[in-house]
Design a binder for this molecule. Structure first.
Ligand code: PGA
Length: 245
């Protein structure tokens, strides 16, 4: 595992975007796994800047998003489909047909989820997967549990996640209670994984993850410790409770 501790959110975002840009320049048809939430916004802004000012070319890049709220249509401003267009896709030259996102309207969920995993496989698999981390250690919407699901699936959000995500809604009761998410296996199949963590609010979970040397499904992100190519990029606030640095 590679650990980078950057001064603040801006430095973390720049570091992440630089690694993305280097990978895209090395392999123009890179397959990216993308994440939503507050954390990656700065990375996406920096990628847009690199597209505009440094000719970073997304024309052959393929993307698969981690998750989507179940029941939200892509034109709903709270949906992750909407977020991706607002925060990245509308501002770079990605081919819209290369940008894949789970569909919150899917009806035959089981078949739909299988198809999503098959599409990832057919594309050659994810080269670089971007992840945020929930305060409860979730990645995507793989929430702490006795058992974790391997492939893409529909899941119930925990109260912790509903509370954390309510900041993007008018109130907690407007946060959808279900989501479609890549499974822990879909994530672990990525060739490289980059996890970002920023701010004091993430210090506790990052300490749990990095101080203990333990793997448990109760902290889904801890499974990443079993992956052979993980980068963690965090800012000093998120790293403030780490020991033995
Ligand atoms: P955040 O969410 O980036 O908004 O903190 C991360 C997550 O829940 O995975």
């Amino acid at each position: 595992m590679q650990l980078f501790i950057e001064k603040d959110y801006s430095a973390m975002s720049k570091k992440a975007a630089q690694i993305f840009a280097d990978e895209i320049r090395q392999k123009p048809n890179l397959v990216l796994g993308l994440a939503t939430g507050g954390t990656p916004v700065g990375t996406y802004q920096e990628l847009i800047r690199k597209h505009n000012e440094e000719s970073l070319d997304f024309s052959k890049v393929v993307t698969f998003n981690l998750d989507e709220y179940y029941g939200l249509t892509p034109d709903n401003s709270q949906s992750y489909n909407y977020y991706m267009f607002e925060n990245l896709f509308n501002h770079v030259n990605i081919q819209k047909e290369n940008a894949h996102m789970p569909d919150g309207r899917a009806s035959d969920i089981k078949t739909y989820c299988k198809k999503y995993d098959n599409q990832i496989e057919k594309s050659g698999g994810i080269d670089l997967q971007l992840l945020g981390i929930g305060v409860n250690g979730h990645i995507g919407f793989n929430e702490p549990a006795e058992e974790l699901v391997v492939g893409t699936h529909i899941t119930d959000l925990t109260q912790d996640t509903i509370k954390a995500n309510s900041r993007f809604f008018d109130s907690a009761d407007q946060v959808p209670t279900k989501a479609i998410t890549m499974g822990i296996g879909s994530i672990m199949k990525a060739k490289k994984i980059m996890l970002l963590a920023s701010g004091k609010g993430k210090a506790e979970i990052m300490a749990k993850l990095l101080n203990n040397n333990l793997v448990t499904t109760k902290t889904p992100a801890s499974l990443l410790m079993l992956h052979q190519n993980v980068m963690i990029i965090m800012d000093e606030e998120a790293a403030s409770k780490l020991k033995n640095l």
